[in-house]
Ligand binder design. Sequence first.
Ligand SMILES: Nc1ncnc2c1ncn2[C@@H]1O[C@H](COP(=O)(O)OP(=O)(O)OP(=O)(O)O)[C@@H](O)[C@H]1O
Ligand SMILES: [Mg+2]
Length: 269
Amino acid sequence: MKIITVCSTKGGVGKTTISYNFGEWLAFNDYKVLFVDLDQQCNLSQLYGLNKQQNNVGNIFDKNAEEPVKIAHTDNKNIDFIPGNENLHNIIRVNETDSNKNMRLYMWFFDNYDTVKVYDYVIIDCHPYFDTLSKNAVVLSDIVFCPITPTEHGYEARFTFKRDLELYRSEAIDFRTRKSYINADVYYIGNMVKHNTESSKKFLEIIKGDSEIIAVLPDRELFNKTTLEHQPLIKMENSGSTKYNRYRTVFKTINEEFTKMKATVDSVD
Ligand SMILES: Nc1ncnc2c1ncn2[C@@H]1O[C@H](COP(=O)(O)OP(=O)(O)OP(=O)(O)O)[C@@H](O)[C@H]1O
Ligand SMILES: [Mg+2]
């Protein structure tokens, strides 16, 4: 089992879209995937009609929750789901004084290891802040993917995120051994990269040879379509519908980038 957190301190950079399409791509390739929606916007849960589900991720963080978390099934036999909670910030706020507030997701996975060990990949979709929720995700993860976009602030966001993560890595230590609880390395995914604009060209120039940027995804209306129509790219490609014929090269590019992302995930200990 590999646990992947998709996180950034900038909003709207494609965390949910990438989580969704990469997770569906893994599932299509016959891997078992568990999605965890750690964003109170519940965008990923909405894609599966699971945003109003009871006994969701909130129960992991709510000390007074009476029922256990219920892992939801989806129409895809290879995808299960811990749905989001639209009140998650309040739940976190109430439990803010807990000494182990950043470790609750880790503890839940540890306690439920027999249930979760059947998944090949766990994908945690975060909200755009590096706070208690994102820290819970990172401490549990083998790898962190941070999407960055080819704008000035989009590229700079990479360094803000890295600084926050490294600060957390240095703080979250076992006091006896001084070893950090954070094992995950962060890798970046260029997203919404256009093929003909100055800013995208400059972006591609800057990232050339940068081993931390492991994939580049194009800016394509097709990505909007996936979330609007609740249909992932990999299913569009394999639907047999002729209306997707003109996207063949786009699908090919994206499959290649997802292959690189998987190889990076598989390479981490
Ligand atoms: N490669 C892409 N090409 C075109 N549009 C994209 C691409 N990736 C994401 N989008 C679009 O950008 C918008 C924001 O994407 P998304 O919701 O995935 O971002 P996010 O980082 O999860 O946002 P938030 O920080 O609010 O959680 C959506 O409308 C999505 O369809
Ligand atoms: Mg999102």
